[in-house]
Design a protein around this ligand. Structure first.
Ligand SMILES: [Fe+2]
Length: 452
């Protein structure tokens, strides 16, 4: 059996490549974290057939180091480099610029190892894709068979059917798997779209119900947001994800309308069982809606527009929510993240605004609100210099987003409350921004007044 060393720090891609290499190419996949670890292994195991490595891991020029080692030892180890603009570090390496083209990686690996396309085709087994276990928390039945993956050996996985299409299943069964730290179920690859449609329809039905308890409604919105954002990033807009998005936005507006007091609502959102991205999204929408209400400029259309913008503003971070915590250039520079993540953070406002334009019914102007939500006019990076060039809705959204970030940071940090409002006044001293911050302050004082 051939042996492949795989160096890829994106966990999803790593898993995808590992499972497909072992299933289709029939090799043992040995994961290594970086070039040094791989070189350590090559020193004692020079018979490794192939190395598949990302061009850079963090600051390390991984591919370059590996090429230098292979050349210096005159090894005939095959090499596939993933990503990077460099043509090639070595005439013997194959560079696959877009690592997401994983099928190309598998085919190239087979070719290097001397496995013909015919043999590869014969090996093709049912193809499964992972689905987060959390997706099943809101389902009682599934439209397709659902499997769990069991590792039988280093290169051998078995898929065992756990839920039959159409059969009811219990929530306790799902809970049991969660308790056993199972993160994903699997479904047949050709059922992916069907399953997304089915799940979206079920969530839309839940969102369309009347809720007496706001906490319950918020939890349904939170669960639906998590599914909708992941599926939009994976499959783009389909009629199912468009409908789900609209229902979530409608519910966010509905919850705001039903609540008389902002702090209580923020409290409920922050205490829901949900992630950073959802909480930041929903609270930004609430705070921005409160501002237009206090300024006497509220309209139903603008409440919707703000909720919509909040939904999409940081959608790029669905796979790595912590990146949403970076909201200044200094924080970005100080962060210890990969080049790809750096680009993702720097460009996310622009990229989200481009994505929104593909939504067939996005309200006019939402794309601009999202593009400007960190103050940079071109949607790249962060800035405080141009806020006076923005319209009032864009300014309100930016202030609300920053306020919520600080509120969440304080909650995590604990200790003495920081004067968030005072800091906002200092950061944005223009007359229009002062007006917006005052509108927010009015609400907060009202709450404090009640308490006193
Ligand atoms: Fe953002």
């Amino acid at each position: 059996m051939g042996q492949i060393v795989l160096i890829e720090d994106n966990p999803s891609l790593n898993e995808l490549l590992s499972i497909n290499l072992s299933t289709y190419v029939g090799v043992e996949v040995i994961p290594r974290a970086n070039a040094d670890e791989a070189i350590g292994l090559l020193t004692i195991l020079p018979t490794i057939d192939l190395i598949i490595c990302k061009h850079k891991i963090g600051e390390e020029s991984t591919a370059k180091k590996i090429v230098e080692f292979i050349n210096s030892k005159k090894l005939d180890t095959g090499l596939i480099i993933l990503g990077g603009n460099v043509k090639s570090h070595s005439e013997h390496a194959v560079v696959i610029e877009n690592a997401n083209e994983w099928e190309k990686v598998i085919n190239t690996s087979a070719k290097i190892l001397g496995i013909s396309q015919e043999i590869l085709a014969k090996k093709i087994l049912p193809d499964y894709i992972p689905v987060p276990v959390s997706y099943f928390a809101r389902l009682d039945t599934s439209c397709c068979d659902v499997f769990i993956r069991i590792k039988k050996g280093p290169d051998d996985y078995q898929f065992v059917k756990r839920i039959h299409a159409g059969d009811a299943f219990s929530k306790s069964m799902v809970k049991r798997y969660v308790e056993q730290n199972l993160t994903h179920f699997y479904i047949a690859k050709d059922m992916q779209k069907n399953f997304t449609n089915f799940l979206s329809d079920q969530l839309v039905q839940l969102l369309d119900q009347d809720y007496d308890e706001i906490d319950e409604q918020i939890q349904v919105i939170a669960d639906s947001y998590s599914v909708a954002t992941k599926e939009i990033l994976k499959l783009g807009f389909t009629s199912a994800t468009v409908q789900l998005t609209d229902s979530i936005v409608d519910n966010m507006v509905d919850v705001f309308g039903k609540t008389s007091e902002m702090s209580g609502l923020l409290h409920k959102i922050i205490n829901s069982k949900s992630g950073y991205l959802y909480q930041h999204c929903h609270m930004t929408s609430v705070v921005a809606s409160e501002c237009i209400k206090n300024l006497g400029i509220e309209t139903k259309a603008d409440h919707e527009k703000l909720a919509f913008a909040a939904f999409f503003k940081d959608i790029s971070f669905v796979e790595n929510e912590d990146l949403a915590r970076i909201t200044t250039y200094d924080e970005l520079e100080a962060s210890n993240i990969s080049e790809e993540d750096w680009d993702l953070v720097f460009n996310h406002a622009l990229e989200s605004s481009v994505l929104i334009r593909k939504h067939p019914e996005a309200p006019l102007g939402v794309d601009e609100i999202v593009k400007l939500h960190h103050g940079a006019m071109n949607g790249k990076g962060f800035s405080t210099a141009n806020v006076s060039k923005m319209n009032s809705l864009q300014q309100i959204f930016l202030i609300s987003s920053e306020f919520v970030k600080e509120l969440m940071a304080f909650r995590e940090r604990g200790g003495k409350p920081t004067p968030i409002i005072d800091e906002l006044y200092q950061k944005y001293p223009t007359p229009e921004m002062i007006n917006v911050i005052k509108a927010l302050e009015t609400t907060l004082k009202r709450k404090n007044g009640k308490k006193a």
